[in-house]
Design a protein around this ligand. Sequence first.
Ligand SMILES: *[C@@H]1O[C@H](CO)[C@@H](O)[C@H](O)[C@H]1NC(C)=O
Length: 249
Amino acid sequence: MANLIFFIALLVLLLPISAALLDAWLTDANATFYGDMYGGGTMQGACGYGDLYKQGYGLETTALSTALFNNGYACGACFEIVCRNIPGWNYCKKGSIVVTATNFCPPNYGGGTGHWCNPPYKHFDLSMKMFTTIAEYRAGIVPIYYRRVPCHKQSGVKFELKGNPYWFMVLVYNVGNAGDVYGVRIKGSNTGWLTMSKNWGQNWDIRGNLVGQRLSFLVTTSDGKTLELEDVAPSNWQFGQSYEGKYNF
Ligand SMILES: *[C@@H]1O[C@H](CO)[C@@H](O)[C@H](O)[C@H]1NC(C)=O
């Protein structure tokens, strides 16, 4: 009897957990594609990344609708996506894809078709390469299931330094695990830790002159984890150059 009660208690405890895991995978949305098979049209974008090949994201990318973009904080997050067949409709291919959020799919309040990125729709505008990996090209738009997954990155977190002697900006990219950066602090060899502001996408800025100083960074991701990366850039760092931290999340 005691065993039975224990068993039921265990079941009651475990049920919501498994339901939550299932929910995570069964979140539904729709997907379309933009750009061409070679990534034309998907480079650059609202996250502030540049040449996605050079930066390691390649064609495994997506733009997010307003409901998912979170004002650019979602930039760098990774999602696994499967196509969802509906009865009488066979446009799905087998298997899933993993993509990184690198762009924004803007709402369209005008006439005609293509309102799928309007709030409150959860929508993924995939690179053509990724879309045609999970669905037939001719489908155009497909229902999907998605879930957040950890981002797997080679090498350390990378920083592209921008701005001028009065105003400093850094693009944070190649971020592993959660992938989406929520906070950045910087330390020059002559300063303490300074909090940077999100400018746009994953570009973070601060006023002041950091020329000629070694630069260290504290990066915080959406899961609350903070990584300290010391002396990422040497004192002779240059605007427009990228530097790599020793570690990743
Ligand atoms: C997907 O698109 C269909 C058809 O336009 C729409 O009814 C549905 O609400 C969309 N799903 C989501 C999650 O936005």
